[in-house]
Design a protein around this ligand. Structure first.
Ligand code: SF4
Ligand code: SF4
Length: 436
């Protein structure tokens, strides 16, 4: 997996802030630096948001990549429109994308309306999709399901994310218009989050990438601002209605299904909570589950520039001027948008391929976790005492990494039992108190 989220090693102070916020326990701190365990990372961007030293970043493509192609198409995420004050016409943004060097634009919102129409049809066909249907649009949430909730993989909508369908349709349009071969056309997604940048390189449910690169909204913003102007000759490039633009915020995808039994959940901790409830059968009335790892949906992605709540308000204002929908499923769209492969479980929490060995390791983890203090202080470089126990049993850490174990060792080595003075204040015991 070629992840977007990476560490800037020189900036990392090893403060352990990020390990506490990672929803998949994918970070450890070793020798004063954070390490991301690649197979566990879902590129949710939480660690980018919380690092006080700006030591995590999302690696995306730059505008310089446009020169690699003879013809380029921009795929603007609907959340792009929420980044600008007083925007009342999407065409201002789309024309500015042409001004900064793209040859054409294809709105992701247009493909979103096609996916919405397709989903409505499938959900209206008895027995076609298991309930609840779970949206496939947020790659961080889908990767989370593949890691932690494999029993729900069959519920994920087996359609491409709108950006992937947009790319396939945009390339086809460009080939028809220019006569160029597909590899000479560069199709770039303007992304609000690192999870989607990673999905561009490592698509879910597809055999190979269908998009040539991902450019962060935050990078484009400064290029677009100077050329965004209202002018009499503004071309009419907008192709989507409010249903498509609504996908930018949590609840928009669900609203486009025109049903009532849906749940729209945003924020990765809430996503985990609701998936646990669904797995436990606590929400039988839910027909459709929309998941967004970011607060308020894609407008809250960590590659946006605007406060997600302000961006959401702007999207609502902008949508007032639009028709409900401008796109429907066309002939051939469904096979085009359907996944070619089933989701596969990412067994990052499997202790051993052999069941007996896994059970033995599980027992050792339980025993060791019970001996550790349970403070989850992260001084050992793991997110919790339990994860340290796992790391020890799997051979990635030592029991002595626990500061309380270190105290015992220092007491033993000093011979007089006076090790408290060497510990930081939070970990010193009251005189006369028992162990730990
Ligand atoms: S939050 Fe994580 S990445 Fe940032 S400085 Fe602390 S340990 Fe390093
Ligand atoms: S991007 Fe998310 S899953 Fe990956 S290391 Fe950061 S917090 Fe963890």
């Amino acid at each position: 997996m070629n992840h977007s989220v990476t560490l800037i090693r020189d900036k990392c102070k090893g403060c352990t802030t990020c390990i506490k916020h990672c929803p998949t326990e994918a970070i450890r701190v070793r020798r004063g630096k954070a390490i991301i365990v690649a197979e566990r990372c879902i590129d949710c961007g939480q660690c980018i948001r919380v690092c006080p030293h700006h030591a995590k970043r999302a690696v995306c493509d730059g505008l310089d990549r446009l020169s690699e192609f003879d013809y380029t198409v921009a795929l603007p995420a609907p959340s792009l429109y929420g980044q600008f004050h007083n925007l009342d016409d999407v065409n201002i943004v789309l024309a500015a994308l042409l001004d900064i060097g793209f040859d054409a634009v294809f709105e992701v919102a247009r493909a979103a309306e096609i996916i919405s129409d397709m989903t409505r049809q499938e959900m209206g066909t008895p027995g076609a999709l298991p309930r609840p249907v779970i949206s496939s649009a947020c790659p961080a949430s889908v990767r989370l399901i593949c890691q932690r909730f494999p029993g729900l993989m069959a519920n994920v909508l087996p359609f491409m994310a709108p950006v992937e369908l947009a790319s396939v349709l945009a390339r086809r349009e460009a080939m028809n218009k220019t006569g160029l071969s597909p590899e000479r056309i560069g199709v770039f997604f303007l992304t609000p989050c690192p999870a989607k940048a990673t999905a561009v390189r490592n698509p879910i449910g597809l055999a190979a990438p269908v998009i040539d690169g991902a450019i962060a909204l935050s990078e484009l913003y400064l290029h677009l601002l100077p050329v965004m102007k209202k002018r009499p000759d503004l071309p009419d490039l907008a192709t989507a209605g409010l249903m498509g633009l609504g996908w930018a915020v949590s609840g928009g995808e669900s609203a486009a299904l025109l049903g009532e039994s849906y749940l729209a959940v945003d924020g990765i901790e809430n996503v985990i909570q609701v998936l646990e409830d669904i797995e436990d059968g606590k929400l039988p009335e839910v027909e459709f589950l929309e998941l967004s790892a970011c607060t308020q949906g894609c407008v809250g992605g960590c590659l946006t520039v605007e406060n997600p709540f302000a961006a959401k308000a702007r999207m609502k204002r902008l949508m007032k001027f639009l028709p409900v929908s401008r796109n429907k499923v066309g002939p051939g769209d469904k096979p085009l948008a359907s996944w070619g492969a089933f989701l596969s479980h990412t067994p990052v929490f499997r202790l051993d391929a052999d069941m007996q060995a896994a059970l033995e390791k599980q027992a050792r983890i339980e025993a060791l976790a019970a001996q550790l203090p349970g403070l989850d202080c992260s001084s050992c470089g793991a997110p919790s005492c339990r994860s340290l126990a796992e790391d020890v049993v799997l051979g990635f850490a030592s029991e002595e990494d626990c500061i309380f174990r270190m105290r015992e060792r220092v007491m033993y080595l000093s011979g007089d039992g006076d090790a408290e003075q060497f510990l930081p204040p939070p970990f010193r015991r009251d005189p006369g108190a028992g162990d730990n």
